[in-house]
Design a binder for this molecule. Structure first.
Ligand code: HSE
Length: 310
């Protein structure tokens, strides 16, 4: 069988976003992975991996996020064919902006197109989340969900699985700062506490509710006040050099919120596009890292639409 190639783009995503550990996520417009696939007679073969960090990514489809997610979709659809896949990474692995999540989402999204799009979006997201479970040390869909659905997403429940999408405010701008350090999600999940205090639970529920409400009504000040995390970021702060300094530089330059992206090391800032263009926040964080002798890539971006055919 020699079939036509289908190509999809799967964007970077921010997860956790303060109080929403494993629940909240938001798609970005860039960077993104590009995944190509075509039907074959049987089995899954990954014939090419290129881009930043490609040498660290397994080609074995049972250990590769794209391969695992694609296989889950083929199985769920009862497909009688296999796949050849090519992966072009645009998102550096171990960055905190959903590199494995984009591969998993892209693999699921692509396989779903090749299967004739028979599944619900919740089912496609869950196939991607199964890959995260294998590669990242725990089932979580807070990167895969926004990567597939776009906008801001909330996982109401994992069992049964249900995800809700909200359109974030148009004037919400995002600065991403990626210090030159790698943090694996597996490692960052291993340092988390296994229990939380009632006081912290109450704090998270209040902020999470108001953050979701702020997204819905487009209140960037309320979103900014609600990006708070009493449990997960504090447990991970030691994994990211100068995290707290980066956050306070961002806030001093007008960021409405500054926080650890996913499991790190990216530092994310939200700003109001009606007030600034975000460039001073990006350069302020970059200069702070430079003064500490560390490289840090920064860029200003927007929330985005999620996986798409290209
Ligand atoms: N919610 C996950 C975590 C995201 O923080 O471990 C990982 O990308």
């Amino acid at each position: 069988m020699s079939e036509k190639w289908v190509r999809v783009a799967a964007p970077a995503t921010i997860s956790n976003i303060g109080p929403g550990f494993d629940i909240f996520g938001m798609a970005l417009t860039e960077p993104f992975d590009v995944i190509e696939g075509r039907k074959t007679d049987s089995g899954i073969v990954i014939s090419e991996i290129t881009g930043p960090g490609a040498e660290t990514i397994p080609r074995d489809p049972k250990k590769n996020s794209v391969g695992i997610a694609a296989e889950a979709v083929l199985k769920k659809c009862g497909a009688d064919f296999g796949l050849e896949l090519k992966i072009k990474k645009g998102i550096r692995p171990c960055s905190g902006i959903g590199s494995s999540g984009a591969s998993a989402a892209g693999g699921a999204f692509l396989a779903h197109i090749l299967c004739g799009e028979k599944l619900s979006s919740n089912e496609v997201v869950m196939c991607g989340a199964m890959a995260e479970d294998v590669t990242s040390g725990g089932l979580h869909a807070d990167n895969v969900a926004p990567c597939i659905l776009g906008g801001f997403t909330m996982i109401r429940s994992y069992e049964p699985f249900e995800v809700i999408r909200i359109e974030p405010p148009k004037n919400l701008g995002v600065v991403v700062a990626m210090p030159d350090v790698m943090v694996s999600t597996k490692e960052a999940r291993a340092v988390l506490p296994t229990e939380v205090k009632v006081k912290d639970l109450v704090f998270h529920a209040g902020n999470a509710s108001c953050l979701a409400y702020g997204m819905e009504i487009g209140d960037i000040e309320l979103i900014g006040r609600s990006v708070k995390d009493a449990v997960f970021e504090p447990a991970r702060t030691h994994l990211v050099p100068h995290l707290k300094e980066a956050e306070s530089v961002a806030r001093s330059l007008g960021a409405k919120a500054a926080f650890l992206g996913g499991s790190g090391p990216c530092v994310i800032s939200f700003f109001n596009k009606n007030e600034s263009d975000g460039t001073s926040i990006a350069s302020g964080i970059g200069k702070m890292y430079e003064s500490k002798g560390m490289k840090c890539e920064t860029w200003v971006t927007n929330w985005g639409a999620g996986c798409r055919r290209v």
